[in-house]
Design a protein around this ligand. Structure first.
Ligand code: HEC
Ligand code: HEC
Length: 263
């Protein structure tokens, strides 16, 4: 069995270094300065954790049940304001954090839970722990977890949502919500994640519940122009895709099987 160390070297050789240094780009992010990552061995688990969030498919192998990445929902590896950031996670202790991560692995990635002492789990803890050291302004604090506000009293209209999906979402997420795959040399999985069908997050995923889905869309989509939709549009389009067919949670690795997408 490959060690995590071998995996990280393979991922780095495959071009994940660019993703790892994405902290330095102009996208707003809430992470502490990368210079606070200890050099050498001590800092390795933090870097590994970040890589797992981005290259989830290649780093978690059989634990990842679909081709999503953690960063499909926790944008920029959990550092984007209102993008499902991990800078102030709710889980207070290690056990609760492991359970929280496994919930996403099983329900959102349709995969298998990691043991609490698995090196990949330890790496995610190290990375999330390091993110937690960020010093934030009082204005940034509420943006450091979750997907931001949405008016939950709005009445969804899925028919309007379907029209909006075709116009504003389908060119990235596919006419049938099937997504677009990443180049294999960039770690595999999806570049534009599927929103429904056999490879999407399960029906149990919190991303497939209103109003969570609507908050995510309002504050993060379309990816190139966030805040471009009104709250009503976000609620409409979210009510459309959450009502499409989604697989059951926790079926383990199925995404490499030839075209299991069902509409
Ligand atoms: C399909 C979307 C999706 C994917 C993929 C996903 N998650 Fe999540 N995750 C969510 C949602 C939705 C929440 C709930 C956010 C909230 O409560 O505001 C969440 C919450 C969390 C939390 C708690 C955050 C907090 O604010 O307390 C952690 C930690 C977490 N996820 C880790 C992971 C890890 C690690 C992976 C990859 C192995 C992953 N998630 C993959 C959707 C996803
Ligand atoms: C320019 C391309 C683009 C457009 C347009 C776009 N998205 Fe996305 N979407 C992405 C990317 C890329 C991600 C993954 C996050 C990342 O890598 O930054 C994503 C993630 C998501 C997710 C979370 C992942 C999952 O599997 O549940 C949802 C939900 C979503 N988009 C909904 C929408 C909706 C609804 C629209 C239309 C209003 C939309 N997106 C428009 C690129 C796009």
């Amino acid at each position: 069995m490959k060690t995590l160390d071998t995996l990280i070297r393979a991922a780095l050789a495959a071009g994940a270094l660019a993703a790892l240094s994405a902290c330095g780009d102009s996208t707003p992010n809430l992470a502490p300065s990368t210079s606070s990552i200890p050099s050498g061995e001590a800092g390795l688990p933090i870097k590994q954790g970040r890589l797992i969030a981005i290259n989830t498919v290649s780093m978690l192998k059989e634990h990842a049940g679909n081709g999503l990445r953690c960063s499909s929902c926790h944008i920029n590896a959990g550092t984007l304001p209102n993008g499902g950031a991990w800078v102030r996670v709710q889980a207070q202790d290690g056990q609760a954090l492991a359970a929280r991560i496994n919930r996403c692995l099983v329900e959102s990635m349709n995969g298998k839970p990691l043991a609490a002492d698995a090196p990949q789990m330890q790496a995610l803890h190290a990375y999330i722990g390091w993110l937690g050291t960020a010093k934030l302004t009082p204005e940034q604090e509420p943006l450091a977890r979750g997907f931001g506000p949405i008016d939950a009293s709005l009445t969804p209209d899925p028919a309007r949502g379907a029209a909006l999906y075709a116009e504003r979402c389908a060119h990235c997420h596919g006419d049938h919500g099937e997504g677009i795959l990443e180049k294999p040399e960039l770690g595999g999985g999806y570049k534009y994640p599927p929103l429904w069908g056999g490879q999407a997050a399960s029906a149990a995923s919190e991303m497939n519940q209103l109003p969570m889905a609507a908050a995510f869309v309002k504050n993060n989509m379309p990816r190139t122009r966030t805040h471009a939709l009104t709250a009503q549009q976000a609620v409409d389009v979210a009510s459309y895709f959450v009502a499409q067919p989604h697989p059951a949670a926790g079926n383990g690795p199925s995404w490499r099987v030839a075209d299991p997408i069902s509409h």
